[in-house]
Write a protein that binds this ligand. Structure first.
Ligand code: TMP
Length: 234
């Protein structure tokens, strides 16, 4: 399937239409932003690695019964996906304290939480993706109660599946972000799951992989994306 027209360019991806209305192509860029684009940089070949890592993870989740937008890889940087109608939420699950949770609640990083924390953010760059709860979601009509119930079920199911998936690869899933959409009246998982959207730490040493190394100015950034790709490909 070929790209027809650029319909959107985001911080890390470009979206193209195809000849089939129900399908679009995501092109993964090397650009990296964090802290709501306050930090920007290029991580060499990151787009290639994230495209392949995300495909492996979506294939695994599909095999475990989670519906996703994923269809097939088209090239190093391109993936064919279903054109879902985006639900404007970032759904975050946390298993271990890190990142903004530590900043907000003044916690020490790396403490295992007694139960996972689920957070919703309204996806809106101009508002810096504010935290919202189920009442905001209902009042502002971001999702129906039924959609939200499905989102929550999928989010916890994905947490269980991916925690075990990464543990088998000696990586601890600290936290991650999901996005969902509607396709033919069904809630499906969309966007990507990669070291840009997950915190992954080496079991035992706590060594950090992926975007955290960029956020903290640590070296060997590309190498850790490569290592995650090697491990998810096993
Ligand atoms: P945080 O600690 O910065 O709130 O991030 C929690 C997790 O969600 C972390 O794995 C990174 C991911 N995340 C995104 O993928 N995109 C975002 O815009 C944000 C805020 C977090």
């Amino acid at each position: 399937m070929d790209k027809i027209e650029k319909i959107y360019e985001g911080k890390s991806k470009i979206v193209y239409s195809t000849e089939v209305t129900d399908y679009i192509i995501h092109y993964f860029k090397d650009d990296t932003t964090c802290f709501n684009a306050a930090m920007h940089g290029i991580i060499e070949k990151k787009g290639i690695m994230n495209n392949r890592i995300s495909a492996k993870i979506f294939e695994y989740l599909e095999s475990q019964g989670v519906p996703t937008h994923y269809e097939r890889l088209l090239s190093d940087r391109e993936v064919l996906v279903k054109k879902a109608q985006r639900i404007p939420l970032e759904v975050i699950i946390r298993n271990v304290t890190a990142g903004s949770l530590c900043r907000t609640f003044r916690l020490e990083e790396g403490q295992k939480l007694p139960c996972p924390i689920l957070e919703y953010c309204y996806k809106n760059d101009a508002m810096s993706d504010p935290l919202v709860n189920e009442y905001h979601i209902r009042a502002f009509n971001f999702a129906t109660d039924e959609e939200l119930a499905q989102i929550k079920n999928y989010a916890f199911l994905i947490n269980n599946l991916l925690t075990r998936f990464f543990l088998r690869r000696n990586l601890e899933l600290i936290d991650f972000k999901l996005e969902f959409g509607k396709f033919k009246d069904k809630v499906i998982l969309m966007d990507e799951i990669s070291p840009d959207t997950c915190r992954l730490w080496e079991v035992g040493t706590g060594e950090k992989f992926g975007k955290d190394r960029f956020r903290r100015g640590l070296g060997n950034i590309e190498e850790t994306y490569q290592e995650v790709l090697a491990r998810v490909s096993r």
